[in-house]
Design a protein around this ligand. Structure first.
Ligand code: 0X9
Ligand code: ZN
Length: 302
C-alpha cells in the first residue's frame, strides 16, 4: 500500500487511486480519460461534495517522465485531502478537486525500467527511429514558436501538430468540457524550487499577474516556514525563458483559468531529477502547501 518513503510504480499509484474511491464512494469518482500509445490508462480522480456548484481545481503530475517527485507529490496531496476530509476547512472541502498524478504513464514506466532520465512520452515518430513527444510543448498555445524542437530526437520535440499526442488530447478534451467554474490549474514538475505563472510562450505578463505573484509569494513564504526550503515565485518567461505549447499557458488561454501555476519542486540541481527518497515527504509537503494556499485564495463557493 501507499507511503512516501520511496517512489512507486504506476500500478501502485493506480491501486491507491482505486482505494481512495472505494473508501469514499459518495464523493470520489475515478475516470479513465483515455489511453496512451502503449495502451496504458490515463486516470483522473474527482473529489467533490457538490460537483454542480463548486469551484474547481485541477492538479496534475508526471508530465515529464523523469520528474518522479511530481507523481509522488500529487499522490501525497491526494492523501492529505482524503485522510482528513471531514475536518478540512471550507475552502478545501468546498472545492471540486480533479487529480491526475501521472499524465505520462508510458514515459514514467520507461524512466523507471529502462532510461532514468527519459522526459517525453513514448509515441513512435513517423519521420525516423526516435520516440517521444514533450507533452509540455504539445498543447495548442504558441505551439509553432520558441522553446521547442521540430526534431523528434530532441527532448523538447513538440510533436507533429498541436495536441498530436493521446495524453494531450485526453487532458485537453476532459478539461474543455469542465471549464465552467475551473479556477485553478496546478501542474507539478521538477526541479528548481519555483512557482511560476503565465505567460511562457510570450514575454508578456497576464493581466492579473499581481494577484498571481502575491499568491505565489505567499505559498513560498509558507513553505519557508514549514520546511525551511526557499521557493521563488515569478513569471515563467522571465525565469525559464520563452517556450510554447505548455499545459499551463493553454489552461489560461483556452479555458480562462485564473490561478495557473507550474510548480518546480526540489531541488536546485544537487541531485536534480534523481532526488533521493529521503526528500520525498518534505518536498511533497511543499507541493501541498501551494495547493492549500491557492485553495484559500479561491475561497469557498458562495
Ligand atoms: O520546460 C518545462 O516544460 C518546465 N520545466 S522542466 O524542467 N520541468 O521541464 C517548465 C514549464 C513552464 N511552463 C511552460 N514552459 N509553459
Ligand atoms: Zn517538467
Amino acid at each position: 500500500s501507499m507511503h512516501w518513503k520511496d517512489y512507486h510504480d504506476l500500478d501502485t499509484i493506480y491501486s491507491f487511486m482505486r482505494e481512495i474511491r472505494s473508501k469514499f464512494p459518495n464523493i470520489v469518482r475515478l475516470y479513465t480519460i483515455g489511453q496512451t500509445a502503449e495502451g496504458r490508462d490515463l486516470k483522473v480522480l474527482r473529489i467533490s461534495e457538490n460537483p454542480r456548484e463548486n469551484k474547481k481545481v485541477w492538479i496534475d503530475g508526471g508530465i515529464h517522465a523523469r520528474e518522479w517527485i511530481s507523481p509522488a507529490t500529487v499522490t501525497f496531496i491526494l492523501y492529505q485531502l482524503m485522510s482528513n476530509w471531514e475536518n478540512q476547512p471550507a475552502h478545501i472541502r468546498g472545492l471540486t478537486w480533479y487529480i491526475m498524478p501521472v499524465m505520462n504513464p508510458d514515459g514514467y514506466e520507461y524512466s523507471r525500467t529502462t532510461n532514468r532520465l527519459w522526459r517525453k512520452n513514448r509515441s513512435p515518430s513517423r519521420q525516423n527511429q526516435c520516440f517521444g513527444v514533450d507533452l509540455n510543448r504539445n498543447f495548442d498555445i504558441g505551439w509553432n514558436g520558441y522553446g521547442s524542437s521540430t526534431n523528434p530526437c530532441r527532448d523538447t520535440y513538440r510533436g507533429s501538430s498541436p495536441a498530436s499526442e493521446l495524453e494531450t488530447k485526453a487532458v485537453a478534451e476532459f478539461l474543455a468540457k469542465r471549464k465552467y467554474n475551473l479556477e485553478s490549474y496546478l501542474t507539478y514538475h521538477s526541479y528548481g524550487q519555483m512557482i511560476v505563472y503565465p505567460w511562457a510562450y510570450k514575454a508578456v505578463k497576464v493581466k492579473d499577474s499581481s494577484i498571481l505573484q502575491r499568491v505565489g509569494s505567499l505559498a513560498a513564504e509558507r513553505i519557508a516556514q514549514k520546511t525551511g526550503t526557499t521557493y521563488r515565485a515569478a513569471v515563467t518567461h522571465e525565469v525559464l525563458g520563452i517556450a510554447g505549447g505548455g499545459s499551463d499557458d493553454w489552461s489560461r488561454a483556452a479555458l480562462g483559468v485564473k490561478y495557473v501555476y507550474t510548480i518546480e519542486l526540489r531541488d536546485r540541481g544537487a541531485y536534480g531529477f534523481v532526488l533521493p527518497p529521503r526528500y520525498i515527504k518534505d518536498t511533497a509537503l511543499e507541493g501541498w502547501t501551494v495547493a492549500e494556499t491557492v485553495a484559500q485564495a479561491i475561497g469557498p463557493s458562495s
